[in-house]
Design a protein around this ligand. Sequence first.
Ligand SMILES: [Zn+2]
Length: 170
Amino acid sequence: MRLSIGIAGLFVGFLALGATSSILEMTPPIGGLALASLRDSFREVHNGHLHEAIDILEPRGTPVLAVVSGTILKLFLSKPGGKTIYQADEMGVYCYYYAHLDGYISGLREGARVRHGDVIGFVGSTGNADPRSPHLHFAIFELGPDRLWWKGTAVNPYPGLVAAVKRVKS
Ligand SMILES: [Zn+2]
């Protein structure tokens, strides 16, 4: 009896987590990513703005992988971010943002469905990134009920990225 209650409790807990946060299911945005490559710069001020993102330094052209399964919301060319991707998770709760890309994987389009681990673009330095230090600028936004890609609230991706790298290694 106690065992069955325990298992049921775990199952309900798992469902609740799974339904509310795709962040807990992330896979790393870069293949073979090391913990040493992650630094929490979420609260730093970059170019006069709160960074609210994590920068991952990688050679130009390194494949960028979707961190969760979901839908491409927007391919956006912005002055600071350069070539960017806004990707929603399956539930439309969180939006994952990849910026300074050198380019997109060919055929990527808004509305396309992607699975976690799919190559969606390549590391670069488009936008205001220093051309001498190409990197992936990665952010997570909690979408509002209207699910508009430009209206999310920033969530610190650092703990989720650390957990994602540890899951790969274990
Ligand atoms: Zn950045």
